[in-house]
Design a protein around this ligand. Sequence first.
Ligand code: HEM
Length: 312
Amino acid sequence: MSGRRCHVQDKRHHVSEDITFDLATELRAATRDLHNALNSTIIHRLPLGLPPVATSPQLYGLGISRFARLYNVLESEWAGYITSPQRNTAADTKYRAILDSAFMLEIARSRRLSSDLANLRAVWGEIDSPCNDAALRRAVDHISASIKAKPYVVLAYAWIMYMALFNGGRWIREQLVRAGPGFWFVASTSEKRLSSESVKQSCLSFWYFDGDEDGEDLKNLFKAKLTTASMCLTKKETEDVVVEAQALFQHILNIVLEIDTVAQSRHPQSLAIQRNSLSSFDPFLIMFVLIMGGFFGHYLGLQTSVTKIFNN
Ligand code: HEM
């Protein structure tokens, strides 16, 4: 690992030569419990939106439309900051350079999400619901306000939103594609549309990247850019980035649980299955987890996230 050197500007403020520092490692360690909680929450819910439980991609559309709002606010605030008039302060110059150097149009997801959602809506009608979205609005407002106040926290949000695609995202993508073209398009549509390739392009483009390497090259470039940009942060700024990564994971967890409430009213069949699923919210299981979590969590460092999850 290389020494910590800021190539952007204002070297006076960056953390002194800490040769072991790596932002991604810090973020991974600080969000491990929250990630594990989110990971299992999503793994338990994904089958509810896919065959044989679901007969249409509407539930998937509902979920992904809410994630689209997160990508949207992140990418528009990010681009907005870079292109806004310069303020001629040292901090502004530094943050502008950090955000500019980390930005990658090839990895941005907003356009693909809008296109996927437009194609899904064209076949399935309106898929999101403007009600029951308080957690989503809180998250969007939080991201927007935080980037305005501390532009460098973009590094936390970008790390979460893009790196998710290269890990769990690949697994999720596999499940979505496995549902088959007949699931994504109504049976009456033409033969041409009923191919896996066409599904990838029209409904699931969010999960794919241009090029021959399935995004591996973009991932590596993004990670390198993130590392370089993080070298310009002060200790306090780095702490802010870590706090914001934890905050975003918690917001995403809240959003996923909020989608449950929308699904309850719009897709009752999925709720029935969720209720019957021991892996979801069986009261005895919750009690067991809380008691055991409280007892052992202290030693395992799990207590905070376990209680936070069940408080939501
Ligand atoms: C919205 C949901 C999710 C988000 C935001 C998310 C985010 C992340 C992030 C930021 C990383 C760290 C990447 C790195 O530093 O290299 C990661 C790693 C990983 N994620 Fe997720 N993830 C999500 C869901 C999932 C799901 C559902 C699975 C399971 C299939 C999963 C499995 C993994 C794995 C296996 C890793 C690599 C762990 C490691 O290298 O230590 N994630 N995820």
